[in-house]
Design a protein around this ligand. Structure first.
Ligand SMILES: Nc1nc2c(ncn2[C@@H]2O[C@H](COP(=O)(O)OP(=O)(O)OP(=O)(O)O)[C@@H](O)[C@H]2O)c(=O)[nH]1
Ligand SMILES: [Mg+2]
Ligand SMILES: [Zn+2]
Length: 365
């Protein structure tokens, strides 16, 4: 096999070829911006266990999975504009048991496959260590981890002020998933032109005040809050996640100034968003870093959290734990529970406590 451009770290500027035309042409547009993810990738790739060669001494390139489609994984090599359509090698093994073998965001080692067509093809032979992850509980009897995206550094929880109304229980689940996966959480309330901002600000006070989470209010329709949002995302790889129809793809389009993501309208009959984005994709952000669009999630099943540990993720409960009479207190039915007492006294937000009960109970199922 002829060796093509496989020196790791060597700058390559191969002209981007046509790759993915059936449904949309986002990959071509994506590849135009030259390795904007590079600086952030470098940071997170320092701890990966990948080498330039495999055991047989065969040359290998390193890159990041930007998207998946069917059985293909779309990999952008570091230091290159190309997008390589890769399959995963049969011998690929994961260093994580009970987890996704490959995920968007993964840093991978791949080998090029020589072939007739003008598509760039490859085989993923190794997966690097995941520095962060946004995961949920996989479907099936046994609990497995389904990685939505790896190696991002921020999670922007996107909800809308109305159509559909924001869901605080889901926000609480996202906060747990973010902490578990090592992601910094931010909250975005979009479609703010539909509601009274002061009311929502007050309703979400516990997040900004007690939990110190940045809340950004936006309206793509009226172009409100896009500057502050952009500022919060610059230089990071941020994954946008939230229910369907809240405006995740619309926000990405507004921020990148291009029509890259498909957006959809909310059904007037059910007021529920129709799912428009069908898979996870990372898009380079013009100021560095990247944005990952994800399909809307109605629920976020938490993975690998013991019901007794759920309370430790509610940091607004932190000041009170040590005052519970029983050290094994679950804060549900025990007497002399400092958490319940704090709720009664108005020192812990009632909705957060209800969320805790709901989550702890769901983890027991
Ligand atoms: N009123 C109003 N509508 C908006 C705003 N932002 C987006 N929308 C509309 O909301 C609908 C859903 O937007 P999308 O961007 O497709 O939502 P999404 O979160 O990406 O949805 P999924 O891909 O299904 O997860 C579209 O009709 C948008 O035009 C806004 O600020 N105000
Ligand atoms: Mg979308
Ligand atoms: Zn207690």
């Amino acid at each position: 096999m002829k060796k093509k451009n496989v020196e790791f770290g060597k700058k390559t500027r191969v002209k981007q070829r046509k790759l993915y035309t059936e449904e949309d042409n986002w990959l071509e547009e994506l590849a135009v911006s030259s390795s904007q993810l590079e600086s952030v990738s470098k940071k997170s790739s320092t701890r990966t266990l990948l080498k330039k060669t495999d055991d047989s001494g065969k040359a290998k390139e390193l890159g990041r999975v930007l998207a998946m489609g069917g059985r293909n994984w779309y990999v952008q090599p570091f230091d290159s504009d190309e997008i390589i359509e890769c399959m995963s090698a049969g011998t690929l093994s994961s260093m994580y048991s009970d987890s996704s073998l490959l995920a968007v965001g993964d840093i991978v080692g791949f080998q090029r496959i020589e072939q007739e067509t003008d598509r760039l093809k490859g085989l993923i032979v190794q997966v690097g260590e995941r520095t962060t992850r946004l995961s949920r509980r996989g479907i099936g009897k046994q609990s497995t981890e389904q990685v939505i995206i790896s190696n991002a550094d921020q999670l922007l929880i996107v909800m809308s002020a109305a159509d559909p109304f924001y869901n605080k229980r889901l926000i609480d689940r996202y906060l747990i998933a973010a902490e578990q996966g090592g992601l910094k959480p931010l909250l975005c309330i979009n479609k703010i032109e539909l509601m009274d901002k002061a009311f929502i600000k007050d309703d979400l006070n516990v997040y900004s005040k007690s939990l110190d989470i940045k809340i950004i209010f936006t309206s793509v329709k009226r172009r409100i809050g896009l500057g502050p949002l952009k500022k919060a995302l610059t230089g990071h790889i941020t994954v946008l996640s939230g229910p369907s129809g809240v405006g995740k793809s619309s926000l990405i389009n507004a921020l990148t100034g291009e029509k890259l993501q498909k957006t959809g309208s909310v059904s007037t009959r059910t007021l529920k968003g129709r799912h428009i984005t069908s898979s996870v994709r990372i898009l380079p952000f013009s100021d560095g870093g990247g944005l990952a669009d994800t399909p809307g999630l109605r629920e976020l099943g938490l993975w690998d959290i013991h019901p007794d540990d759920a309370a430790f993720y509610f940091h607004d409960f932190d000041p009170f734990f040590h005052q519970c009479k029983f050290t094994s207190c679950t804060h549900r039915h025990e007497p002399y529970c400092a958490i319940k007492n704090a709720v009664q006294q108005g020192n812990i937000d009632e909705d957060r406590y209800q969320s805790y009960l709901n989550i702890a109970e769901s983890l027991e199922e």
